[in-house]
Design a protein around this ligand. Structure first.
Ligand SMILES: [Zn+2]
Length: 552
């Protein structure tokens, strides 16, 4: 006994000595003369930080940190600029968005004519009969004040099947050739959890399809992406996100191809944001068999939660609500997965040690999802399961109590009050006081995150901060003033809370010695900025793992 424990002691000693002391204790880089908001309660403000081997090595006052410099330490004078920990986007769709940017027509344009022109240009380069795909179309943004129609698409692209997805991802607009390929006719029955819209007078299909109504098209649109395409998509989107100060992202609905693409991009040195990759439930079975569970991976690419979907979307106004939409008295939204199915999907993964993340927007969906989680925890109690309520948009006092009691994590939309203001009237001013309810969550001791859901919402952290602090849209209309939080709270939500949501609070989320060196340098101090101008603050530099991944 003595011998073996002694051998163990000697082994660990020699392992320690194997790390060259000089290298471990020598900063590669010192940033000084800065205005650091560390989000570390022990040392909230600092002037300087030393970085060694991709991690923060020391944080403190200029003289404290600068005297650690050796001959090989580089030094950078920040000139008083504000530095924050790198932002964590706790729910978005980077791999899918990257592929879309690579292959589809970006329909985030401000008139129907411009959208049709962009689609037509793509059609001219696309063989007749092949699909033209659009994404990021937003029905409320074009100045025309009406949605795209089947007729628009038929006239502009008579010889190509067209599928234009809403930026929210839950609805789409198609033309007649597309309907034909999907074998849909006037009398085709709606699929479970989906709708094919019909003209109220003629009964003809309008080409607007919702939720599982999109499946018939997905089944016939060839997804002929190569592994190179997937990797290229990840490279593209991670660059786009790094420019804005994001250093970590949760992919809220990853596939095996996505997980592979993130690893390929990491290996090629092209991944500039860290990825916590939720896996869509349909793909988890094989991974369970292989013994994979949440947390497998490294500090760049890690397996996240099992993802499930309970209801519809906020930006497309299909979330399942207990009270109808304003102006549509019979419309309560769409439930995508019934409770018993959700429970069946969740059970095995929960038992095998997976975190669970369920898309639940409306109060009805959140209630259902919480019931599933509560039942699982009762039948198979797990220590610290950190159940995630993806979006968790519309809450009530009793839902908040249950979220707190379960230790669950909401990931509400951070940029919607600002960016999607014009859609909020369909929820109504009063209901907005209970949506994206950061004030209520924080007051209840819950740890909500920052989340864009990109493409549905923009991912710029500065827009998130402004939206959360002011609750005002770009025209100045205020949506849910009672849910405003302070700038300091919003920064913590966007950093530490995001780290907690992926079980990584000990390795990131604050500027603290020993943590991963992820940070952002801002062009102006948000604490000195008019809150309605935060969105304009330029990002000067972003660092991930001790490397500048963006420099303006
Ligand atoms: Zn999402």
């Amino acid at each position: 006994m003595l011998d073996s424990s002694r051998r163990g002691f000697i082994c660990s000693l020699s392992a320690f000595l194997a790390v060259p002391l000089s290298q471990a204790q020598e900063p590669d880089l010192i940033l000084y003369n800065g205005n650091l908001w560390t989000v570390d309660e022990k040392l909230p403000r600092a002037q300087a930080v030393a970085i060694s081997a991709g991690r923060f090595f020391a944080v403190g006052a200029n003289d404290e940190v600068l005297h650690l410099a050796t001959g090989r330490s580089r030094k950078l004078d920040l000139g008083g600029k504000t530095v924050l920990p790198g932002f964590i986007d706790a729910h978005s769709h980077p791999a899918e968005a990257g592929l879309s940017h690579l292959r589809m027509v970006d329909c985030d344009l401000r008139s129907i004519a411009e959208i049709l022109k962009a689609l037509r240009e793509r059609a001219q380069k696309t063989p007749r009969g092949e699909w033209v795909l659009g994404f990021k179309y937003d029905d409320t943004k074009p100045a025309d004040n009406r949605p795209l129609t089947l007729q628009d698409l038929n006239e502009a692209l008579p010889e190509h099947p067209v599928f234009v997805g809403h930026r929210g991802g839950h609805t789409a607009w198609v033309n007649s050739p597309a309907l034909k390929l999907a074998k849909l006719e006037k009398n085709s029955p709606d699929p479970q959890g989906g709708k094919y819209d019909h003209d109220p007078t003629t009964g003809e299909l309008t080409g607007h399809v919702r939720e599982h109504g999109m499946d018939a098209f997905r089944a016939v649109i060839p997804a002929n992406f190569t592994r190179e395409d997937h990797r290229e998509g990840v490279r593209l989107i991670s660059k786009m996100m790094s420019r804005t100060g994001v250093t970590s992202v949760t992919d809220a609905s990853g596939s095996p191809e996505d997980l592979f693409a993130y690893q390929q991009a990491r290996d090629a040195g092209e991944l500039s944001v860290r990825i916590y990759c939720h896996i869509f439930h349909a793909f988890v079975g094989k991974m369970l068999e292989a013994g994979v569970k949440t947390g497998l991976g490294d500090e760049w690419v890690r397996v996240g939660a099992q993802k499930m979907v309970c209801d519809g979307s906020i930006s497309e106004r299909t979330a399942r609500l207990s009270q109808p939409y304003i102006g549509r008295p019979d419309d309560f939204g769409i439930l995508v997965t019934p409770e018993d199915q959700l429970y069946e999907m969740a059970r095995k993964a929960h038992a095998a040690g997976w975190q669970l993340g369920t898309h639940a927007n409306g109060d009805v969906a959140i209630d259902i999802t919480l019931r599933v989680y509560e039942r699982l925890q009762k039948e198979m109690p797990r220590k610290d399961p950190r159940f995630r309520l993806e979006h968790c948009s519309l809450v009530t006092d009793s839902l908040i109590r249950r979220i707190h009691d379960l230790g669950a994590i909401p990931t509400p939309f951070s940029t919607y009050a600002y960016y999607h203001g014009e859609k909020m009237k369909e929820y109504g001013a009063e209901r907005l006081n209970h949506m994206f309810a950061l004030r209520s969550f924080l007051d209840a001791g819950i740890r909500p995150t920052q989340a864009s859901d990109y493409p549905p919402g923009p991912f710029e952290p500065m827009m998130a901060l402004q939206s959360e602090v002011t609750r005002a849209d770009s025209k100045g209309n205020v949506w849910g003033a009672t849910q405003r939080i302070s700038l300091e709270e919003a920064i913590r939500v966007g950093t530490m809370n995001g780290a907690y949501a992926s079980y990584e609070e000990n390795s990131k989320g604050s500027i603290e010695a020993g943590k991963l060196a992820d940070l952002v340098v801002l062009g102006r101090d948000p604490f000195k900025e008019d809150p309605s101008n935060i969105v304009e603050i330029p990002i000067e530099r972003t660092m991930t793992g001790g490397k500048w991944v963006f420099e303006s």
